[in-house]
Design a protein around this ligand. Sequence first.
Ligand code: NDP
Length: 405
Amino acid sequence: MSNKTLIIGAGGVGNVVAFKCAMNRDTFGEITLASRTESKCDLIAKNIDEKVGVKINTAMVDADIIDEVVELIKKTKANIVINVALPYQDLTIMEACIATGVDYLDTANYEHPDTAKFEYKEQWAKDEEFKKAGIMGLLGSGFDPGVTNVFIAYAQKHYFDTIKTIDILDCNAGDHGYPFATNFNPEINIREVNSKGRYWEKGEWIETKPMEFKMLWDYPEVGEKDSYLLYHEEEESIVKNIKGLERIRFWMTFGQSYLTHLKVLENVGLTRIDLVEVDGCEIVPLHLLKALLPDPATLGERTEGKTNIGIVVHGLKDNKEKTIYIYQVKDHQDCYKEVLSQGVSYTTGVPAMIGAKLILENHWRDLGVHNMEEFDPDPFMQELNTQGLPWSVMELDNPMALKRD
Ligand code: NDP
């Protein structure tokens, strides 16, 4: 059967997904890239034609409207929808997949535009409807969530009888030369960073102030970086799916300039997400800020340096304590040369393509709504090595200790 693939969202991540699906055309077949602004899809399609020699279709869709997505799925005869629009569109696109009986994949969990709260509840609640429709949904198939979940499943399968603690370590050491810019959608990024921190220990969620915990971590091929404890969405599914786990935390690096700018923007109210009246118009300050900041999709050419994202896992194997570190390093300029993108979009878009490839090739298939760690990690890990995201494993002497700044 020749597949038909519908990608929704033509930002930084959508660009990478479209490129990589075109580069794996034997699996993805006829590809349509659709988004709210069709001209962005057309530009990506032109670049893919020039660089890869593959023609893809483009379309306009407002994915907030279920009927529009349903109509587009029917028109394209897609057998999978790769959702790389914004988290706000997750539920409407899932509804359209249920109505048309088409598999679904995304990279970020649903958020309501009016509340900066990330949880899987509403997406997991669609499990029965997905089963009844005879389809599968793969949630969070980016890097983190995504590859980090697969790394954990791989550690569980090959290295541990019981996993006790997990630390996810996300470092972007890229420099784009701007005083302040975000590497993925500014609105989603700032909402995430400004939220309270949270980690899970011995059955309880422990809330922290934003950036309350900091530690210095030596990232291979990057060097030592300050890393801050944040809440991140994969923690919710890992706590549910990894039996015997005692603690999970998530750390992300930020430069001092980024943090200082963010503090000032927050202090003057520009990160607020409520409506404010300005000269008779109502605006959300964070939307204004997004419009003023550089578009992450344009950062590729000017970003230099590397990303390094991985997991440190501590646990028991044959009754002996052990700690391993699995990580992936990517150079921003290599991403630009390959698909005209910076590393953060690349490390998100490639796993989205791989997740969809494994579904279409029936390596990962189970009806209902699933997170990445529920499937056999081996085929995904093999694809990472051949699709541009090779990874490494090392043994460490000690698990990480929690330090407060
Ligand atoms: P961008 O803002 O660059 O792109 C988002 C795209 O979605 C834009 O093309 C936008 O259209 C489109 N869009 C927005 N609303 C709608 C709508 N109602 N209907 C149709 N299209 C719409 O974001 P990124 O590419 O940086 O991020 C994409 C997704 O990837 C986000 O959900 C983000 O959270 C996720 N992500 C996941 C990561 C992971 O590791 N798991 C890491 C980084 C990102 P328009 O151009 O008109 O605004």
